[in-house]
Design a protein around this ligand. Structure first.
Ligand code: GLN
Length: 539
């Protein structure tokens, strides 16, 4: 890459200061959204400084959910925000972790590609980072790049250097650095403190990054005059500062940025052709949310992780969106599958508090019997049930047991089960058990006409995203039928079962489960069909 090279794309680099976990991803996605609302083509990419190759092996209790793109990338949950805010499908190129870059550098080194040179962070790692960022930006008018963590972290330094160098080579008129900082509030003196933000800006400049857009996050609304202080002591122009206190809903952030003039500032700072932003869809959504406040329903999520609400983020967003669309607020109750399994939580009691059950995706056998119990309880007690991935597998196990195969199980949880109603298929046997080896991303599903699935999708061929290794075993379909469960969605190429539902004879109000993850295609203003169906059934 030569010096000063106009690649035809404007770059916005979003970094974090003070502390992480304040919603940098949502800020970056919202920025993208108000620019897309002006008609520009926008792409967005997350660069995570972890040494992991992808998010597939990260613990959701620590990192939040693993989001899956249609091309099968296992990514950080921020990709989910990006897709929902931009209403746009992203690909593997939008998710870059240091581990992926380092792996490639080491492979190149082993292959002798560096021709005897000393292999170093600068330039070898940073050059590859720059290359991956530029590749992802190709064909887009604006490319937003969010760097995970906070600036100054040792592990983030290579990305910091890479984005500094991109700014140098594409020129200031094509680059904007945005810094997201946290404003602490001191209860004792009743004031917001700007010093940490000032320090964070200074730290960024020490690394050669000159932020010209400042997004401040705070728990409560800070007085507008604080912008003057931040401008003066932080060295940022006043119109380039946005205050983002906690909003009632994350989908109000684009409106808030727009009202503070950030979209116009970015357009003029990057010399883009001015155009009017159309953010009506966010305004309409806000109205819908306000309208929905009059009524609420409650969905019980039977899960392994109950302490980190990010662990099932796309699922809860899909539920909420389906709620707004149906004029209700969806309250989410996290039900510990382990407590159901141990008997500490009785499903009879849980059922009094919730209007429906949802068993989302999951791995490993912790709490698995609790999930099987929930799937079986919902079937027998006519409680609306949506099963996702593992939630379909436990429904199949529950069905097989109901048909008399009392030891039926998945080979994931009991490798010696006499009735492997869920198991790996022949072509998967012997494959590694970790690291991007699952059935990932989009696959076709053919839907039987006349089924509940057909009614919900209104279509007989759909594509949804997958992330799993085990499959419902076709050998047991007659046993499942005996229990009242039928397969209404099948992969046309492999014949693998994709959708399971209660047979019409059961007259169940709503019982459906999918091997794929419908939550990843749900959008705030366009909720996914299965979620919509569940909420309609409970309303
Ligand atoms: N553990 C199951 C499998 O690997 C389900 C995976 C999931 O729910 N995402 O098939």
């Amino acid at each position: 890459m030569g010096f000063k090279e106009d690649v035809g794309t404007k770059f916005i680099f979003v970094t974090g200061g003070v502390i992480s976990g304040v919603g940098k991803g949502i800020a970056a996605a919202s920025l993208g959204s108000i620019l897309k609302a002006r008609g520009y083509s926008v792409n967005i990419q997350k660069c995570d400084p972890y040494l992991n190759v992808d998010s597939g092996t990260l613990n959701p209790a620590e990192h939040g959910e693993c989001f899956v793109t249609s091309d099968g990338a296992e990514t950080d949950l921020d990709l989910g925000h990006y897709e929902r805010f931009l209403d746009q499908n992203l690909t593997q190129s939008s998710s870059l972790m240091s581990g992926r870059v380092l792996r490639e550098v080491l492979e190149n080194e082993r292959a002798g590609k560096y021709r005897g040179k000393t292999v170093q962070y600068i330039p070898h790692v940073t050059d590859l980072m720059k290359q991956k960022i530029l590749e992802a930006s190709k064909g887009f008018g604006i490319h937003i790049v969010e760097i995970g963590g906070t600036m100054g972290d040792i592990e983030a330094q290579a990305f910091t250097e890479a984005i500094r160098e991109i700014g140098l080579s594409v020129g200031r008129e094509n680059t904007l650095y945005a810094h997201v900082v946290y404003l602490p509030y001191l209860e004792t003196s009743k004031e917001f403190k700007t010093k940490p933000a000032q320090n964070a800006l200074r730290d960024a400049r020490n690394s050669g990054i000159f932020p010209e857009l400042l997004l401040t996050r705070s728990e409560k609304p800070a007085p507008p005059k604080l912008k003057e202080k931040l401008a003066l002591f932080g060295g940022i122009s006043k119109e380039a500062i946005a205050m983002l206190p906690n909003a009632e809903s994350i989908y109000q952030v684009p409106i808030s940025l727009e009202l503070q003039g950030i979209g116009d500032y970015v357009v003029s700072r990057l010399n883009l052709k001015p155009s009017k932003a159309n953010i009506k869809k966010w305004e309409d959504l806000t109205d819908k949310m306000a309208e929905a406040k009059k009524k609420s329903v409650s969905i019980g999520l039977v899960v392994k992780y109950v302490d980190n609400e990010d662990s099932y983020f796309s699922v809860t967003e899909a539920l909420r969106s389906a709620g707004w669309d149906n004029g209700v607020i969806v309250k989410i109750k996290y039900i510990s599958a382990e407590k159901v399994e141990s008997g500490e939580l009785k499903l009879d009691d849980v059922a009094k508090e919730v209007d429906g059950f949802l068993v989302p995706g999951g791995f490993g056998n912790r709490g698995i019997e609790g999930k099987i119990l929930a799937a079986s309880y919902a079937l027998e007690n006519e409680i609306p049930y949506l099963g996702i991935c593992l939630g379909m597998q436990v429904a199949a196990i529950a069905g097989a047991r109901r048909a008399g195969l009392t030891k039926a199980n998945s080979t994931e949880f009991d490798s010696d089960t006499p009735d492997p109603v869920v198991t790996t298929m022949e072509d998967q046997k012997g494959k590694e058990l970790t690291g991007g080896t699952m059935r990932l991303g989009n696959y076709d599903c053919e839907i039987k006409e006349g089924s509940l699935a057909y009614k919900l999708y209104g279509n007989n061929l759909i594509q949804e995203r997958h992330r799993h290794r085990y499959e419902v075993n076709a050998k047991y379909l007659t046993d499942l039928e005996e229990a009242g469960l039928i397969i209404t969605g099948t992969n046309p190429q492999t014949n693998l079962p994709e959708i399971l539902e209660a047979a019409p004879e059961l007259n169940h109000p709503f019982y459906i489960a999918a091997q794929f993850h419908p939550e990843f295609t749900s959008r705030p203003t366009n909720p996914q069909a299965l979620f919509n169906g569940l909420i309609q059934a409970v309303v």
